[in-house]
Design a protein. Structure first.
Length: 380
């Protein structure tokens, strides 16, 4: 039931009365509207429901006379601007927003970021700087993806008196996912020609082969090569009057560390490629003062690369060995074989030994001379 009453000169007054129904206003704290549901906070006490302004632009860009909000920002850090704000400080978050996001909090990921406005100075101020790389990293971790050619879409949730909201794009490419560094798979081998026992002063040709068994190219691979043994040698490396015999396919950088010790670096070895290095050396007699084993002197050469099958010295696949039985001072090097009688240029030599009688040493040496058989005479 409704009743309308008028008093002369007064405005219309309307009273609404219904059976069992009434509308009443109750006293409540400022800024809170009380209705049938729970109270809803609109603004902090003393605030202005539309106080001040906030906007975004890339670092280095001016604020703009009209607080222009560029909705498409570059992939660099972003200034959060404020002007005539009612509060001196507060918090904000940035959510990933459709179509690239799903309304999840991306910045900061675990807690709100903070802003500060100097009210004593007033006017336009940068109240915080947004780390774009961190923003994008968090967004990708939360499942956001680049949308067309616009990048990532976000929404600023700015808490002050009251909240303010701004949507914007950041045109960043999708970050490159981290790659797991896999050591290259390399196969190293070494050969010498000729191999085995060789004459003194023989020229030896060494070949080192490196195969990249990986599906990707590898860079800066260094092979270490060392010569050792009881034989003497001269490497044709361009020093001490020798000609440089080192050759690489492709070209390699050779470093000499000492006598018989070299290394070379492959700048790049392509996927599934084979690179080779060759050089020559001369094996020599070490001289009468050197010690031979069973009358021979040896020269060993081993190649090492820590990324290959020859990660340590003396692996058979990367080690070569040559030997010589040199003549020292006009006499064949000492041998462990038992001496025996032989003939030289028609002279038969035999050493019968020494006979010692009463302190008198009597040396008996039999010299047998084989005389050539007389030529037959032909009688006419």
């Amino acid at each position: 039931m409704s009743m309308v009453s008028r008093a002369p000169g007064d405005r219309r007054r309307i009273s609404l009365v219904g059976a069992g129904v009434g509308l009443c206003l109750m006293a409540a704290p400022a800024g809170v509207l009380v209705g049938a549901n729970s109270p809803v906070a609109l603004a902090s006490s003393g605030g202005n429901s539309n106080k001040g302004d906030v906007w975004l632009d890339n670092v280095g860009q001016p604020a703009g006379p009209g607080h222009e909000m560029d909705p498409h920002l570059a992939c660099t850090n972003i200034n959060l601007w404020g002007d005539k704000l009612a509060d001196p400080s507060g918090t904000y978050v940035i959510d990933g927003w459709p179509p690239s996001g799903s309304q999840e909090q991306d910045y900061l990921q675990s807690s709100p970021a903070t802003w500060v406005y100097d009210q004593s100075t007033g006017g336009k101020q940068v109240i915080d700087v947004i780390d774009v790389q961190q923003l994008i990293k968090n967004a990708v971790a939360n499942g956001d993806a680049v949308h067309n050619k616009q990048g990532f879409h976000f929404k600023l949730q700015f808490s002050q008196d009251p909240q303010k909201h701004k949507t914007f794009w950041v045109n960043c490419p999708a970050p490159t996912p981290p790659t797991t560094s896999t050591p290259p798979t390399l196969a190293l081998s070494k050969t010498v020609s000729p191999s085995g026992s060789v004459p003194v002063n023989k020229l030896l040709t060494y070949t080192i082969t490196l195969k990249n068994l990986s599906a990707v190219a590898v860079s800066n691979i260094t092979v270490d090569d060392t010569m050792s043994g009881t034989a003497a040698f001269t490497v044709n490396d361009g020093t001490n009057g020798t000609t440089n015999s080192f050759a690489g396919n492709p070209t390699v950088t050779v470093t000499k560390h000492g006598t018989g010790h070299y290394s070379w670096t492959y700048a790049t070895v392509a996927a599934n490629a084979t690179d080779m290095v060759t050089y020559t050396a001369v094996i020599k007699s070490p001289g009468a003062a050197s010690t031979a084993v069973n009358g021979t002197f040896t020269l060993a050469n081993t190649a090492v690369d820590p990324h290959s099958n020859c990660a340590t010295p003396n692996v058979p696949a990367c080690t070569t060995t040559n030997s010589i039985t040199p003549v020292v001072g006009g006499v064949e090097a000492l041998s462990t074989a038992t001496p025996s009688t032989g003939s030289i240029n028609g002279l038969a030599l035999a050493v019968s030994g020494f006979l010692v009688l009463g302190g008198l040493g009597l040396a008996l040496v039999g010299l047998l001379i084989k005389r050539p058989a007389a030529s037959p005479h032909v009688h006419v």
